[in-house]
Write a protein that binds this ligand. Structure first.
Ligand code: UD1
Ligand code: CA
Length: 462
């Protein structure tokens, strides 16, 4: 049986007070609409149609290649009018599932249950009971009881006093028999408080035709909360982060404070991982056993092996290339690892050291104020404070190769391309632009000169 999904994403989101379309605002690093699209994808629908309107071009561009069909709704005359626009895209038979682009945390199994409850025959509504139902469409049941049959959905603005006391509300998610839905949509009227075509009016039509209407309850409130304002976005972000933090702690990860933890992507952890406060993980991050992340680190697209320690205020961004920290390595505080930084076992990277597109072999150290770009660094190399690889000539990047056991003194400039032989020592303050032989001391700086008899200038007397 065909399954079509319609995602409503045409609304303006006035209360966001933003130039960005509401559904493109981010929750845990993914846009609101991306959350919905990712969850919808688990249902393997035949067709997924997104209704766009406000900021349509921007929304469509953000989801180009995501396998969605787009239908524009201009102007926006209500949720029923929105779904009407999708009608030509829908199959003639089967089930249509209707989702909201601004309800990001809806869960896959809730949707699967709703589709099952519809079965191409019944109208299935996702409802939830709220302490404060203000603003929502109320589920009106016969005989005034929660167990009674659903008779209609009445929008808050159209509801009378008694109806406003109903705490069971429509979440904005329904699954409908497609053939019936098409007919009902064609008959919608806008004779209501908002002069809109309400999708929710199909409920009364179903009841009139004796089509079974079933209401499925959501797991909890969080999964059906919609985003209308920055405050609601921040609230849902914290709820989502708390959920992720709980899952990690359940798996044995020790978070110093689950309230000060942010994961915007995927984090996998080995055993005995400790994460201090205010760390942000983005993209794909893998932590091995006994990894310790101190406070205030930002880590994106990186693999960190067993027993490594990342000290406070370290910034790691592997971007598309990724970054890797070897077993037992020490990084930071205040270190910066960029794309292609590959640290082997026991490497030490200290404060104010930047590493980009460089591999450091086992036991190499760069402990203070240094830059390694496009470098291949051998085992046990000691890279002095203030030294840099001059890897860019203004047009092209060049490599620096340091053999095993090289010592680079403080404040050196290695002008690439350059190879420094194993065991070489480069004296402090040297600028070297030619290959350096192994095993020797190479110094490239002016000799110190002392001038006997020189005196300091004195202030002129007036
Ligand atoms: C709707 C429901 C209400 C339910 C609530 C849950 C109707 C008439 N009412 O109310 O019963 O309790 O959701 O959150 O359906 N949209 C369009 N085009 C439009 C209008 C809206 O695409 O012309 C989209 C919006 O972008 C949004 C969704 O539809 O994603 C819901 O619209 P919104 O105006 O927020 O609906 P409510 O009035 O809150
Ligand atoms: Ca509305």
């Amino acid at each position: 049986m065909a399954l079509d999904i319609v995602i409503m994403a045409a609304g303006k989101g006035t209360r966001m007070k933003s130039a960005r379309p509401k559904v493109l605002h981010r929750l845990a690093g993914r846009s609101l609409l991306q959350h919905v699209v990712d969850t919808a994808a688990t249902l393997k629908a035949d067709r997924t149609v997104a209704i766009t309107g406000h900021g349509a071009a921007q929304v469509e561009a953000a989801f180009a290649g995501a396998g969605l069909a787009f239908v524009r709704q201009e102007p926006q005359l209500g949720t029923g009018h929105a779904v009407q626009q999708a009608v030509p895209q829908l199959h003639d038979e089967g089930t249509t599932l209707i989702l909201n682009g601004d309800v990001p945390l809806i869960e896959a199994d809730t949707l699967a249950k709703l589709v099952h409850a519809c079965g191409g025959k019944s109208l299935a509504l996702l409802t939830v009971v709220l302490d404060d139902p203000t603003g929502y469409g109320r589920i009106v049941r016969s005989g005034d009881s929660v167990g009674g049959l659903v008779e209609a959905i009445v929008e808050h603005k159209d509801a009378n006093e008694a109806q406003r006391r109903i705490r069971e509300v429509y979440t904005g998610v329904m699954a409908a028999p497609t053939a019936l839905l098409k007919r009902w949509l064609a008959n919608l009227k806008n004779d209501n408080a908002q002069k809109e075509y309400y999708l929710t009016d199909v409920v009364a039509m179903a009841v009139a035709e004796r089509v079974r209407v079933v209401a499925t309850h959501a797991h909890d409130e969080t999964e059906v909360l919609g985003i209308n304002s920055p405050a609601q976005l921040a609230d849902l972000e914290r709820r989502y982060q708390r959920r992720q933090a709980d899952a990690l702690m359940e798996a044995g990860v020790r978070l110093a404070d689950p309230g000060r933890f942010d994961l915007r992507g995927e984090l996998t952890c080995g055993q005995d991982v400790e994460i201090d406060v205010n760390c942000v993980f983005e993209g794909r991050v893998e932590l091995g056993n006994n990894v310790r992340i101190a406070s205030h680190c930002v880590i994106r697209n990186c693999r960190i092996a067993d027993n490594a320690v990342i000290h406070s205020f370290t910034h790691i961004d592997g971007e598309a290339l990724g970054a890797r920290v070897g077993a037992g390595a020490l990084v930071g505080p205040f270190a910066r690892l960029r794309p292609g930084a590959e640290l082997a076992e026991e490497v030490h990277i200290g404060n104010f050291v930047e590493v980009k597109n460089s591999t450091l072999a086992r036991g190499a150290k760069a402990n203070h104020l240094a830059y390694l770009g496009d470098a291949t660094v051998g085992e046990r190399v000691n890279y002095g404070a203030g030294s840099i690889t001059a890897n860019y000539d203004g047009a092209n990047k060049h490599r620096t190769v340091l053999g095993d056991d090289v010592h680079v003194g403080s404040n050196c400039v290695l002008v690439a391309p350059i190879t420094v032989g194993a065991g070489a020592t480069i004296g402090a303050g040297s600028t070297v632009s030619k290959d350096v032989p192994p095993g020797q001391l190479t110094v490239a700086r002016a000799k110190a000169a002392s001038l006997p008899g020189w005196t300091r200038p004195l202030k002129a007397k007036k």
